[in-house]
Design a protein around this ligand. Sequence first.
Ligand SMILES: Cc1ncc(COP(=O)(O)O)c(C=O)c1O
Length: 365
Amino acid sequence: MKWALDEPGVIPAWIAEMDFAVAPAISEVVKDYVASDVFGYPDIRLNPQVIDAFVAFVDRRWGATIEPERVMITGDVMEGMRLVLSHIAPAGPVIVPTPVYPPFLVMTRDMGREVIEVQMSDDTPNLDLAAIEAAAANGAQALLLCQPHNPLGRVWTRDELTQIRDIARAYGVHVISDEIHAPLVWPGVELTSYASVTDETDLATVLMSATKSFNMPGLRCAQVVSSRAEDHETLSSLHPVLNHSMSTLGMRASIAAFTESDEWLDAVRTRSAENHALITALLADQLPEVSCLPAQATYLAWIDVSRVATDDPMAGALAAGVRLDGQNYGAGTDGHLRVNLATSSDRVREIVRRLSSAQSGWRAS
Ligand SMILES: Cc1ncc(COP(=O)(O)O)c(C=O)c1O
């Protein structure tokens, strides 16, 4: 989708897909699958293999202990979120710290749920725990967490997650922690899963998937981890038609990602950190009115363009030949854009060169 929207010549740096070929083990799985001539509904015999590979991966990579019997397979992370909101988290308002990955807001509202946005600012890009507690005290039933955070690239600390958990316990709020970007934590940064601060009594769900960090979002497979046995039971007992968009290919590719692709992933993590440092330096040099928020994970940069002259910086960027993302991240996030850095350093340089051209209008007035 990243390269499908625009005419050739425009550099797409919007949707979260990478410009990198997938890991060799994943490529092999896809070739074998095509050669098999068997393309039926998902092969559910693979479920235990996917789950074992996933559990071993999160333990090896960031030391989270996940009980295999609390993991369910679904088609993608947003489907998992929808199932949990529909069937586990009681009806009522949903707290969403913003800015945030736009589908959190779009999907939750589309389900008829009231969203309570809790804003973070560039100066203090931290979870506003007091505002979250106030929303919980006012009757919110669920909280959508994003760890690491898209678009801020922040990794919430164990202390922050523990405070969230305490609020959730005090007010009976179900926390859904979307950890799809967790494998993309930068080298040297410690990552805590929400699963590591909760136990089997907590109203908590962790969502994960190999598809984002291994660049295969078109192959369907994600994991839903319930803290409570009864939540897992409820989700697993749903009629298959409510949870059937995973694919055999996605399941096989996820096993290959979780078990045989660490080296590839480490290269992407290093490249992500390097490209973030590169764009930060290039902007400081060529477009000092635009600043880049420091990050600790993901291949995304959240940039503040509120001091540039144009009132539609996304259109300005497109006119200069770069497509960026910046709509529907939450109230008060105008003046910010997200740049996808999963590309070559040359392309990052070209992105900044184009943005700093007169054509973009990206100059202080
Ligand atoms: C935080 C976050 N959650 C979910 C998704 C979408 O995941 P999926 O395609 O598995 O629904 C994305 C995609 O970029 C994301 O950034």
